[in-house]
Ligand binder design. Structure first.
Ligand code: FNR
Length: 185
């Protein structure tokens, strides 16, 4: 058997009780034996992008994130949709990462998952995010898409994803993503 793949999750919400965090936490439970899923460090401590700040040196939180992404075989971005687009904190983290030498997303396989309280599950954010990831030269998995609507009804009081259909969807995407990564080599 080939060696296990390391997949990391990048969370777009800073909220303590984030539903998207609950989705990200569920991923290791659906992952196959040939995959290890780990959470990336939070984007909370990344300052607002400023080229003058960059000229003084990249913030440690950006360097740590870049290193962890480089060390992974693939990244799953799990995020809410804000105002039909990518949340500012996530876009800000991506903006910083895009300026790091040996840009960590270049050639990196990426899958996207969005969860929202609305019925469309963050669909509009997904296509904005895809556009951003083109500039970073990522390889973004097309299908299956994971857009989880009415997420508040699918996560229980303990903060666990408790919806069989959604867990199955996560499993299907992770399986497809694993094959995608192996195909890209
Ligand atoms: C939202 N929300 C939201 N939902 C949606 O489906 N489409 C949208 O465009 C927006 N826009 C939006 C903007 C802002 C500023 C906030 C705070 C919220 C609602 C969003 O889906 C909901 O708050 C989720 O619970 C956020 O995800 P986390 O933090 O629970 O992971």
């Amino acid at each position: 058997m080939s060696s296990p793949l390391k997949i990391v999750t990048l969370l777009g919400s800073l909220r303590q009780g984030s539903y998207n965090a609950a989705i990200a936490r569920a991923l290791p439970t659906v992952a196959g034996e040939d995959v290890v899923v780990e959470a990336l460090p939070s984007i909370r401590d990344i300052p607002v992008y400023d080229a003058d700040l960059q000229a003084e040196g990249f913030p440690p939180a950006v360097i740590a994130l870049a290193d962890a992404i480089r060390a992974a075989d693939g990244v799953v971005i799990v995020t809410p949709e804000y105002n039909y687009s990518v949340p500012g904190a996530l876009k800000n983290a991506i903006d910083w990462l895009s300026r790091v030498p040996e840009q960590p997303f270049a050639g990196k396989p990426v899958a996207i998952q969005t969860a929202s309280m609305g019925i469309l599950g963050g669909a509009r954010c997904q296509y904005h995010l895809r556009q951003v990831l083109v500039f970073l030269d990522c390889h973004v998995l097309n299908k299956p898409e994971v857009m989880i609507g009415a997420v508040q009804d699918k996560v229980n009081a303990a903060g666990e994803l408790a919806d069989t259909g959604t867990l199955k969807r996560l499993d299907e995407q992770l399986l497809a993503f694993t094959k995608f990564i192996r195909r890209l080599g």
